[in-house]
Design a protein around this ligand. Structure first.
Ligand SMILES: [Zn+2]
Length: 285
């Protein structure tokens, strides 16, 4: 498995046949829409989510993200997710459980962390074991998942400064960008769906990168133009500089977690256990 396996935005939803290239009219929105009031939820069971990869620093001031533990029906939804339905189910779960921010405004870097937070806070007392292959005793073993096992790439003050600053590619072009949000991911999915049969054969990763770009040499451009820029105007070395720069300035979860084997007690690392049975673990009774 590579880092790619934990990026949920790469999982494609079911596709429809819509052959024409369509530019979605919605411009890139940087910050807060006014929060739409949801139905009254009792506030007592909602806890503040601490330790987000963005550190809450990218959200408008005063935003406090809270969530409540998962309910049985929600755990069942997650346990039934497939590669194709995962994104939709995860977004639905966020919509049900998170308070204090419109879901579309949550940064992708925080999204996966919130899912692990929900898991940890749902099985708070018992933890519930997750299976993995221990590299120390080389048998199938188990660990009890806790949030502090995550390897989190937190956004730094230096990064914050870079996010607000244009940067220069080796070829001299000036780029401004922001990090992806859940709303951006949804727009990307829609874009890929609509252009599924396009001759341009859009690459998901490049589409995601284009969504992050605000301006190129001071000019705001549409998705198709940005895509053409990345694929036609940039040579591979400039493209890879652009991609590395934006990834370096990002935040999120590293693809591995620190685990302690329940059999031999050995400490090792294993891949992030973001899969259906992680949310509804089998318990030894
Ligand atoms: Zn072991």
């Amino acid at each position: 498995m590579t880092k790619k396996s934990v990026k949920m935005e790469e999982w494609n939803p079911e596709d429809e046949n819509k052959p024409q290239i369509q530019e979605e009219p919605k411009p890139k929105i940087t910050q807060s829409k006014p929060e739409t009031p949801k139905e009254q939820k009792p506030s007592g069971i909602y806890d503040v989510i601490e330790g987000l990869p963005t550190n809450g620093k990218l959200y408008p001031e005063g935003i406090v993200i809270r969530a409540r533990p998962l309910k049985v029906t929600e755990v069942k939804m997650l346990a039934g997710m497939t590669e194709h339905t995962a994104n939709e189910i995860v977004n639905d779960i966020l919509d049900r459980t998170v308070q204090g921010i419109p879901i579309d405004d949550i940064y992708s870097a925080d999204k996966l962390y919130i899912m692990f937070w929900l898991r940890a806070n749902t099985y708070k007392e018992s933890g519930y074991n997750v299976k993995f292959e221990c590299s120390k005793c080389e048998t199938e073993s188990e660990f009890a998942f806790e949030l502090d096992q995550l390897n989190i790439k937190t956004i730094s003050d230096e990064t914050l400064e870079f996010l607000n600053k244009p940067f220069k590619l080796p070829n001299g072009d000036i780029i401004t960008f922001s990090l992806l949000t859940v709303g951006d991911e949804k727009q990307n999915e829609e874009f890929l769906k609509q252009n599924k049969n396009s001759l341009m054969n859009f690459d998901q990763e490049i589409v995601a990168l284009c969504r992050m770009i605000h301006t190129i040499n001071g000019e705001k451009k549409g998705m198709i133009d940005k895509y053409m820029y990345c694929t036609d105007q940039l040579d591979p070395s400039n493209y890879s500089y652009l991609e590395s720069y934006m990834e370096d300035k990002g935040a999120g979860l590293e693809p591995t977690i620190k685990v302690k084997c329940t059999k031999c007690g050995g400490a090792s690392e294993t891949m992030l256990p973001f899969r259906p049975d992680f949310f509804l673990p089998r318990v030894h009774v």
